[in-house]
Ligand binder design. Structure first.
Ligand code: HEM
Length: 418
């Protein structure tokens, strides 16, 4: 459908949830049209049924902040109904976690886990992260073409996750695999033939590995890794008695900390190659790195959408949303809203309002790991600028057909050292 002349497609036929739009990087004109003509847009039919598409920055914030009307618990947080694979999967991989809860349960659980990513704890983590970043960068193959995603984006986030969980370091790529399969369901990727039984078995292996860690940490005095904090936390220490909740919260932390940061690392390389003037600006003024990190997270928008379900009839942007209807906030579109970001499709590393992006959401569910993600990206770019004049994109970027995570599989690059 994205090959069609967009202006000839009737408004009510537009469905921005088609995964191939994101694989083919063909989403811009569709969202631009909705922002202009129908910012709260009803799609009566899609692979995931009817939904409202909210596409303007301000309207997205209105939905995100109003958690009483727009529930995360009622139907889950992605356009796919219920927890991933709800109907198709055995009961033991139907999962629950606090991103898909409303108050008071949400608040209690978040409160227990969040100190692990508070600024004081992050400051303790920063030297270790820097050490791991430097190790990765120093061992890259200069003079060869290689896939930045695999050698840097995945490797760095895997190391990071292993650190957060104090997970066996040599098994760190398992965390990446578990994260990948969590969102690998046909309704999200549009892919036929995903082996759901194998997926289920793998998630069970993930649960087993984390049960083992949990029991080990519960028997020890509290430490500062996430598993220890959960095992000792007043409102989460019985979490392991409920397998759905246990696996759900573990996967939330794995997916939350993995795909998103990974794709921001890859997206930054793509963006700077697309806008070489910005790369030049960065070389001339590395002080811009913190603002650039925010701008990369805006430009990339690693989480494409979040979904809510209306708990009662509500008027939004002049449209009448009814109780029980699915409301999808398209963060990717909100971040390209020209009324908020002039020349919105461009990366502008000193953009004054880069920080106002909606990539981390808004309101009570605002990303818990946002400072951690920013710190990782900042440290990475600080160390890159110490070593390389340019990381040159030398081939085609390969993207994934996924309407939830803005996934990048291949970024072929060559390094030009200083
Ligand atoms: C650039 C990187 C990241 C992006 C773009 C991102 C994006 C998001 C978004 C959009 C939400 C939901 C916000 C809403 O519904 O209003 C969220 C929630 C969450 N994120 Fe992140 N995230 C990132 C990194 C991380 C990291 C590194 C962690 C690891 C700790 C993490 C953990 C979480 C958790 C636990 C939640 C649930 C919060 C809640 O429901 O209260 N995220 N994130």
């Amino acid at each position: 459908m994205h090959d069609m002349d967009i202006d000839k497609v009737a408004l009510d036929e537009i469905d921005v949830s088609r995964p191939e739009l994101f694989r083919d990087e063909a989403w811009q004109p569709w969202f631009a049209r909705l922002r202009k003509e129908d910012p709260v847009h009803y799609t009566p039919e899609s692979a995931n049924g009817a939904f409202w598409a909210v596409t303007k920055h301000g309207l997205i914030k209105q939905v995100d902040i109003n958690h009483e009307v727009f529930s995360s618990e009622t139907g889950g947080i992605s356009i796919v109904d219920g927890p991933p694979g709800d109907d198709t999967e055995p009961a033991d991989t139907q999962i629950e976690n606090f991103i898909a809860m409303d108050p008071p349960r949400h608040d209690e659980q978040r409160k227990t886990v969040s100190p692990s990513v508070a600024p004081s704890n992050l400051a303790k983590l920063e030297p270790l992260i820097r050490e791991r970043v430097v190790d990765i960068l120093e061992n890259l193959p200069v003079g060869e073409t290689f896939n930045w995603v695999d050698k840097v984006s995945i490797e760095l986030t895997a190391r990071m996750l292993a650190t957060l969980f104090d997970f066996p370091y040599e098994d760190r790529r398992k965390l990446v695999h578990w994260s990948d399969i969590t969102t690998d369901i046909p309704q999200v990727t549009g892919k036929e033939g995903t082996d759901l039984e194998e997926r289920h078995n793998e998630l069970m292996r993930c649960a087993e590995a984390f049960y083992a860690l949990w029991h080990e940490r519960a028997a020890q005095p509290p430490k500062f890794d996430l598993i220890s904090m959960l095992a000792h936390g007043e409102s989460t220490k019985h979490m392991h008695e409920n397998p759905r909740l246990f696996l759900g919260n573990i996967l939330l932390l794995i997916v939350g900390g993995n795909d998103t940061t990974r794709n921001s690392i890859s997206g930054g390389i793509i963006a700077l190659n697309e806008y070489p003037d910005e790369y030049r600006k960065l070389r001339e003024n590395p002080q811009l790195i913190p603002n650039m990190v925010a701008e990369i997270v805006r430009w990339q928008t690693p989480v494409i959408h979040m979904r809510r379900t209306a708990t009662r009839d509500f008027e939004l942007g002049g449209k009448n949303i009814r109780e029980g209807e699915k409301v999808v906030m398209w963060y990717l579109s909100g971040n390209r809203d020209e009324d908020v970001y002039p020349d919105a499709d461009r990366l502008i590393i000193d953009r004054p309002n880069a920080r106002s992006h909606v990539s981390f959401g808004f309101g009570i569910h605002r990303c818990m790991g946002n400072r951690l993600a920013e710190m990782q990206l900042r440290v990475l770019w600080e160390e890159i600028m110490q070593r390389f004049h340019t990381i040159e994109l030398v081939g085609d970027v390969v993207r994934l057909p996924n309407n939830f995570i803005r996934g990048i599989a291949e970024v072929p690059v060559r390094l030009h050292p200083l």
